[in-house]
Ligand binder design. Structure first.
Ligand code: AMP
Ligand code: MG
Length: 338
């Protein structure tokens, strides 16, 4: 039985609250598109917002066409299909791969950009759940490992041991950073980009107040658990409620444990990362979800470059101290101090 909730997956992870009261009018342009297998809403403020919106939307589609593991003509799909041969990539894809490999090494065992065979095996590319046999799981796992990616310089890459790349854990964050760069050439410094739950809030709203970003309740997915305010900051959520199948009462979600090849048995329902850089936030939210709560908190304590919201399996909400200082709503939550 298939319980694929594609349409929801966006609305899901993080919702945006727009307050349109305009003290002084900047031109606001907004569009919702389907790209990178999710729903995205781009909202821009500024005198060139219409032109910038066209450019931003084209750029997102362009990135989707370069990076998708399922679109046969993408550079990533061509590399995956090359059977180990050298492939000449664009410098953009090559550099993103370098970044994905570096993150995979840094978060080894939690985040890995070579999980395509597992994502495929479980049916997340075709929206059709398949529960693999032990042999199938092992065969897919044997190919997994960022160490199998050979980045040979001059934008040439090859994949060893049957490895296949999936950039789903980093692509939306990368796209958000790319759009941020693009907006500066249209003199836009106020925008909110919601790329399927990867939210980047830039500047302020028309009335000079900060953007508001709500974190989705992973259980009652039409509700939010809290609202944050922020300028020039990303809010990125990974959660087992975002994309999943249910069969015989078992919940199979899209965030894989690279060690076991099965959906990560996290003791959390969602992790929201709050930090400036969207790409980093994207990687971190996935990695910390797989890590589980205790290790994620340890990692936070040892870092000083992000804040987080953890929603445990029990429904408890835990905020880091920096996250609690950005709250714009009342919430019953435990606050962690460093
Ligand atoms: P996110 O929604 O950012 O948490 O990333 C989940 C997506 O990244 C999945 O849909 C897969 O395409 C891919 N993915 C799943 N598990 C992992 C993982 N442990 N590390 C890296 N990418 C993953
Ligand atoms: Mg991610």
């Amino acid at each position: 039985m298939k319980f694929w909730k594609r349409g929801l997956s966006v609305v899901l992870s993080v919702a945006l609250l727009f307050f349109t009261s305009c003290a002084h009018k900047a031109l606001r342009s907004s569009r919702t598109i389907f790209a990178m297998d999710t729903v995205m809403t781009v909202t821009l403020l500024g005198s060139q917002s219409e032109q910038a919106l066209e450019a931003a939307v084209s750029r997102i589609f362009e990135l989707d066409a370069l990076l998708s593991a399922t679109n046969e003509s993408s550079e990533i799909a061509k590399l995956n299909a090359a059977g180990g041969a050298d492939i000449q990539l664009s410098s953009e894809v090559y550099e993103l791969l370098e970044s994905a490999v570096a993150y995979s090494a840094r978060f080894a065992g939690f985040f890995d950009c070579t999980l395509a065979p597992l994502v495929s095996l479980w049916g997340f590319y075709t929206d059709e759940l398949y529960i693999p046999t032990q042999e199938e799981l092992q065969a897919a796992l044997n190919t997994v490992g960022y160490q199998n990616i050979r980045l040979k310089g001059a934008n040439i890459a090859a994949l060893e041991n049957g490895a296949q790349i999936d950039l789903g854990g980093i692509a939306k964050g990368y796209a958000a950073e790319q759009i941020r760069d693009l907006l500066s050439s249209y003199e836009i410094d106020s925008a909110i980009l919601d790329l399927g739950g990867n939210v980047l809030a830039l500047g302020e709203r028309e009335d000079g107040t900060s953007w508001r970003v709500a974190v989705r309740d992973p259980v009652q997915t039409n509700d939010s658990i809290c609202v944050f305010k922020g300028s020039d900051i990303s809010f990125v959520t990974s959660g087992s409620y975002q994309r999943f199948f249910e069969e015989n009462g078992v919940h199979y979600h899209h965030i894989m444990d690279p060690k076991t090849g099965i959906p990560a048995e996290s003791d959390m329902l969602s992790v929201t990362i709050i930090t400036e850089n969207s790409e980093y936030a994207d990687v971190l939210s996935t990695a910390l979800f797989v890590m589980g709560y205790e290790e994620a908190v340890q990692f936070w304590r040892a870092s000083n470059d992000f804040e987080a919201v953890f929603v445990l399996e029990t429904g408890e909400v835990i905020l880091t101290e920096g996250a609690s200082s950005l709250l714009d709503s009342q919430i019953e939550a435990l606050v962690l101090y460093r």
